[in-house]
Design a protein around this ligand. Structure first.
Ligand SMILES: Nc1ncnc2c1ncn2[C@@H]1O[C@H](COP(=O)(O)OP(=O)(O)O)[C@@H](O)[C@H]1O
Ligand SMILES: [Mg+2]
Length: 355
């Protein structure tokens, strides 16, 4: 085990300290081996030795946890063979039995068990099985929807009216559960839900432009434009070559410049207008003959690619005018408030039902 000669990449991972590391490598390429070696190096560090029971090593499956523990044991044995009297090594061997080398599930369970007095949970709790959970969830949702219909809350009714079906609760329950899954993937589901509501509290185009998702849209559009620019520049280069399709050059130059100008823009709507103009005023390539056919086809194919890109961006990001987006968002506000209120109530009732 200690005979392994690490590759440079492995050695890099072994040496990195004090930062998060994400290692992605093929099966059998030595990830576990590197992780075990990192653990060993931490334990035996001259300056900052760490005891095994101060580390948390989590895996997804029990088999992986068992393998990890076994390999750490083997590595410790190998080191002890060379240095049998080493008290640090002896101590680690003893600590291995209680070290937190485990699945993420059983680690969480252990944390809950150890802190059960501080939690709103019955100390006699058990882990529910999936089927049981699903039944319970369905029951909670049914009761919840029934109560909401009875209460006739306007936001709830706005949600049902806009997105669900009065005669069939499946649509509403599916939407609630989908949102629950997204919320539960966040560290603070309730906070996240309340924050999500803010995305509908937008009163002007300026506020709209500042939203995270408009900013994300803008950077996608800009990425698309720079892709178009690379294609156009290449097409132009081909037309400039000695036996290239020279007669394409004026149009390709014009388009390349237009795309470059769009790349400089930072305003979502302005880019949309420029792009719409670009697409609607696309000229035809000269049909003059007498040049290298292959290069002609190559330039033409590149041009078709950026033309298609332009149309794609327009269809994908500019299908709707921003003032209409704003109106839509404002109209969605009441139904979304209804949905989020429902989801929050569901979370509360479901927790209560589990209790
Ligand atoms: N640099 C290396 N030289 C020789 N053998 C290696 C090296 N890195 C890993 N191995 C060996 O390759 C095998 C697979 O490694 P493992 O860590 O289980 O891979 P992974 O966890 O990526 O699937 C193990 O027997 C390991 O000891
Ligand atoms: Mg492995």
């Amino acid at each position: 085990m200690s005979e392994i000669r690490w590759t440079d990449e492995q050695e890099t991972v072994l040496r990195l300290r004090d930062k998060s590391i994400l290692v992605s490598a093929a099966a059998g390429s030595g990830k576990t081996a590197v992780l075990v070696e990192r653990i060993l190096r931490h334990i035996m560090d001259e300056e900052h030795p760490v005891d095994l029971d101060r580390l948390l090593v989590v895996t997804f499956t029990r088999a992986a946890a068992a393998q990890m523990k076994e390999r750490i044991r083997e590595a410790l044995f190998a080191k002890l063979k060379v240095d049998p009297g080493n008290p640090r090594l002896q101590r680690q061997e003893m600590l291995l039995a209680t070290a937190n080398i485990t699945t993420i599930d059983s680690f969480c369970l252990q944390v809950v068990r150890e802190h059960v007095q501080e939690l709103p949970i019955d100390p006699g709790f058990r882990v529910v099985d999936e089927k049981e959970l699903e039944l319970l969830s369905r029951e909670v949702i049914e009761d919840l929807l029934e109560d909401c219909y009875e209460a006739q809350d306007p936001k709830f009714l706005a949600f049902i009216d806009a997105y669900a079906d009065m005669r069939n609760d499946d649509v509403a329950s599916d939407m609630i559960l989908k949102l629950v899954r997204a919320a539960n993937a966040q560290p603070w589901p309730e906070k996240w839900l309340l924050k999500s509501l803010k995305s509908f509290e937008i009163n002007s185009l300026e506020e709209l432009a500042q939203t995270d998702w408009m900013q994300a849209g803008l950077s996608q559009v800009k990425r698309g434009l720079s892709g178009m620019y690379s294609l156009a520049a290449l097409a132009k280069e081909i037309a400039e070559e000695a036996d290239g399709p020279e007669m394409y050059l004026p149009l390709l130059t014009e388009e390349c410049d237009a795309i470059e100008a769009m790349c400089q823009m930072d305003d979502y709507a302005q880019i949309g207008e420029a792009l719409a103009h670009f697409v609607s005023s696309l000229g035809r390539l000269s049909t003059k003959r007498g040049t290298n056919e292959e290069k002609k086809e190559e330039a033409k194919a590149l041009r078709n690619q950026y033309k298609d890109r332009a149309k794609e961006i327009l269809a994908r990001y500019y299908a709707q005018e921003l003032p209409d987006v704003l109106v839509d968002l404002q109209e969605m506000r009441a139904p979304m408030e209804g949905l989020i209120a429902l989801t929050l109530q569901y979370l509360e009732r479901f927790a209560e039902a589990k209790r």
